[in-house]
Design a protein around this ligand. Structure first.
Ligand SMILES: Cc1cc2nc3c(=O)[nH]c(=O)nc-3n(C[C@H](O)[C@H](O)[C@H](O)COP(=O)(O)OP(=O)(O)OC[C@H]3O[C@@H](n4cnc5c(N)ncnc54)[C@H](O)[C@@H]3O)c2cc1C
Length: 505
C-alpha cells in the first residue's frame, strides 16, 4: 500500500544551482508557504557535485553565475567546481533551505488534475513509489542526463590497452602522473582538462575533429577587486554583474552582426599567446561563426600557456581506429596514449525525464511551446528553469524565480487556482527552443518543447530584455490565462478576458 500523499504549496524538482535559487525566492517571498525540493541524488549541487574531473571550473564569471541575492565574494571570478559547490551548499544552509530537500527522490511522473487544481507527483525513493501533491510544480532538473554522457562511436576502442574515462564519471583514484593523455574533444570540458592535467602528465594531447573559438579571460576581475574595496561587497557585486552582462552582450551582438570583426579579435588574441609560427588556421580557426556554438573561455589563457610550454598540444584530425598503445588517425599519424579521456559531451534530457500528464493526457513536449522560456503551453501551474546558452545560467534562473513569485502573488490577489499559457495564435510559428548549432544540442533538440516566432513565445537570449519582461511586464498578458474553480467545484469560470484588464495589484 502506498502512503498518503504529502501536500506542499510549491514543489521544486532538483537541488542544483537552480533549485536552491528557486527555493530562496519562494521562501523569501512566502515565509508561511510550504515547499519541498525533491532531489534524485543524495547530494546538493547538481552539476557542481557530479563533475569531479581535474580542474573542473565555471566557464563564465561568478558575478553572473552567482545568485543575484548572494554576492560572490571570492577573488577568482572564474571559479573552480568545489568553490561553486560550497557556494550553493552555503546558500542552502544559511537560509535553512537544506532542511526542505528530500534526497534520493527521483520524480518519474507528475499528473495535473483540473478538477482539484492540484499536481500529484510520483517519485521513486528507496525502490518504492512516494507521492506528493502540490498547487505549483517548479522543475529545476537541469538539461542533461546524469547517468551517461554522450559517447560517439569510437571505432575499435575495445582494442585500446590503457584507461578510458568520461569526464562525467571521473574515477577518484585515477593518477595521471607521468602518463601520456589524449583528450578527445574541443569543448569547454576538453579545454579545461588539458591544462589541468598537463602539470603532472608526461604530455596531454587535445584531439579534435574541428576547432572551437577559444578566448582567454583573467581569472581575477581587477575591477571587481577594486570596487569591493571602494563601495563594499554588495554594491560592487551588483555593479560588476551589470558590467559583465554588458560586456557579454556587446561581444555576443558583435559576433552576430559583425562576425568577421569578432573572429579577428579572437584570432589576434590567440596568436599573441601561442608560440611564434603556430598553425592557428588548422587548430584555432573554426568553420562556424562565433557564438553559433558556445565560446570557450580559458582563465588567464592556461590552455595557450600549456601549448607554449610544450606540456600540451592540439591535433586536428579524425580517428581511424585504436590499438593497444593509442590511436591511429586518418592522416596516418599515431598518438601514443596511456589514458584516453572522451570529453565528447552531454546527452540532453528535457525536464529530468519526468512524464507529465494533464487531466489524464500525456504532454508531448515537442508539441508544446515554451512561454517566456519558462512555462509550457497547455500545462497549468508549472514552471521550469533553462538558462541562457550565451550568458550565465543563473541570470535566467533568478529571473524565473522572481517571475514565479509575481505569478503566485497575482493568483493569490485574484483568487485564481489555475494559470496556463494558451498557444492559440496561428500566426506564431514554431522555432527550436535552443537556437544553437552545437552537436549536443542538435542531437536532441527534437525532444524538447519549441519556442515561437513572436513574443511571448520567442526565445529570449537577452538578459536585459528578460529583466524587462519577467521582472516588470504585467503578468496578465492575455496569453497566460487564469481560471478560478467555481464554488460548487463543477468546473472553472470562463478564462479571464485578460487584455485590457488591470495587471498585478
Ligand atoms: C561541466 C559543466 C560546466 C558548466 N559551466 C557552466 C558555466 O560556467 N556557466 C554557465 O552558465 N553554465 C554552466 N554549465 C551549465 C550548468 O549546468 C548550469 O550552470 C547550472 O549548474 C545548472 O543548474 P541546474 O540546477 O539548473 O541543473 P543541474 O546542475 O543539472 O541540477 C539539476 C538537479 O536536478 C536533479 N534532477 C534531475 N532530474 C530529476 C528528477 N527526475 N527527479 C529529481 N531530481 C532530478 C539532478 O539530480 C540535479 O541535482 C555547466 C555545465 C556543465 C556540465
Amino acid at each position: 500500500m502506498t502512503n498518503p500523499a504529502e501536500h506542499v504549496d510549491v514543489l521544486i524538482i532538483g537541488a542544483g544551482l537552480s533549485g536552491i535559487g528557486a527555493a530562496h525566492h519562494i521562501q523569501d517571498a512566502f515565509p508561511d508557504r510550504t515547499y519541498a525540493i525533491l532531489e534524485a541524488r543524495d547530494a546538493i549541487g547538481g552539476t557542481w557535485d557530479l563533475f569531479r574531473y581535474p580542474g573542473v571550473r565555471s566557464d563564465s564569471d561568478m558575478h553572473t553565475l552567482g545568485y543575484r541575492f548572494r554576492p560572490w565574494t571570492q577573488a577568482k571570478a572564474i571559479a573552480d567546481g568545489p568553490s561553486i559547490l560550497e557556494y550553493i551548499r552555503a546558500t542552502a544552509a544559511e537560509a535553512g533551505i537544506d532542511r526542505h530537500i528530500r534526497y534520493g527522490h527521483r520524480v518519474v511522473h507528475a499528473a495535473w488534475s483540473s478538477a482539484d487544481a492540484v499536481w500529484t507527483v510520483e517519485a521513486e525513493h528507496d525502490g518504492r513509489p512516494v507521492r506528493f501533491t502540490t498547487r505549483f510544480l517548479y522543475s529545476c532538473s537541469g538539461y542533461y542526463r546524469y547517468d551517461a554522457g554522450h559517447q560517439p562511436d569510437l571505432p575499435g576502442i575495445e582494442r585500446f590497452g590503457g584507461t578510458v574515462v568520461h569526464p562525467q564519471h571521473w574515477p577518484e583514484d585515477l593518477d595521471h602522473t607521468g602518463k601520456k593523455v589524449v583528450v578527445i574533444g574541443s569543448g569547454a570540458t576538453a579545454v579545461t582538462l588539458v591544462p589541468a592535467m598537463a602539470d603532472r602528465a608526461a604530455h596531454v594531447t587535445m584531439l579534435q575533429r574541428s576547432p572551437t573559438y577559444i578566448m582567454a579571460l583573467p581569472s581575477v576581475d581587477a575591477i571587481a577587486t577594486r570596487l569591493r574595496r571602494l563601495v563594499g561587497t554588495d554594491r560592487a557585486y551588483a555593479l560588476v554583474r551589470w558590467k559583465n552582462v554588458l560586456v557579454m552582450t556587446l561581444f555576443y551582438q558583435l559576433s552576430r552582426r559583425r562576425p568577421r570583426v569578432a573572429k579577428t579579435i579572437i584570432r589576434k588574441a590567440a596568436i599573441r599567446r601561442l608560440p611564434a609560427g603556430y598553425d592557428v588556421d588548422t587548430h584555432f580557426k573554426p568553420r562556424y561563426q562565433p557564438w553559433d556554438q558556445r565560446l570557450c573561455l580559458v582563465p588567464d589563457g592556461d590552455l595557450f600557456t600549456a601549448i607554449r610550454d610544450g606540456t600540451a598540444s592540439v591535433v586536428t584530425d579524425r580517428i581511424a581506429g585504436f590499438h593497444a598503445g593509442g590511436i591511429r588517425l586518418e592522416s596516418g599519424a599515431d598518438l601514443d596514449a596511456d589514458i584516453v579521456v572522451t570529453a565528447t559531451g552531454l546527452r540532453l534530457l528535457p525536464l529530468g525525464g519526468i512524464r507529465l500528464t494533464v487531466d489524464g493526457r500525456d504532454v508531448v513536449l515537442p508539441e508544446t511551446k515554451a512561454y517566456k522560456g519558462m512555462m509550457l503551453s497547455g500545462v497549468p501551474n508549472f514552471a521550469f528553469t533553462i538558462g541562457y546558452v550565451n550568458a550565465s545560467w543563473t541570470l535566467k534562473a533568478d529571473l524565473v524565480g522572481e517571475y514565479v513569485v509575481r505569478l503566485l502573488r497575482h493568483m493569490d490577489a485574484y483568487g485564481y487556482d489555475r494559470c496556463e499559457p494558451v498557444d492559440d495564435d496561428p500566426a506564431v510559428a514554431r522555432r527550436p527552443l535552443l537556437d544553437f548549432q552545437a552537436g549536443y544540442v542538435l542531437r536532441s533538440i527534437g525532444e524538447f518543447p519549441h519556442a515561437g516566432s513572436r513574443q511571448p513565445w520567442r526565445l529570449g537570449m537577452s538578459y536585459a530584455h528578460d529583466v524587462v519582461t519577467l521582472r516588470h511586464r504585467r503578468i496578465d498578458d492575455g496569453v497566460l490565462r487564469f481560471f478560478r474553480r467555481t464554488e460548487d467545484a463543477a468546473g472553472y469560470d470562463a478564462p479571464r478576458a485578460a487584455r485590457g484588464s488591470s495587471g498585478s495589484p
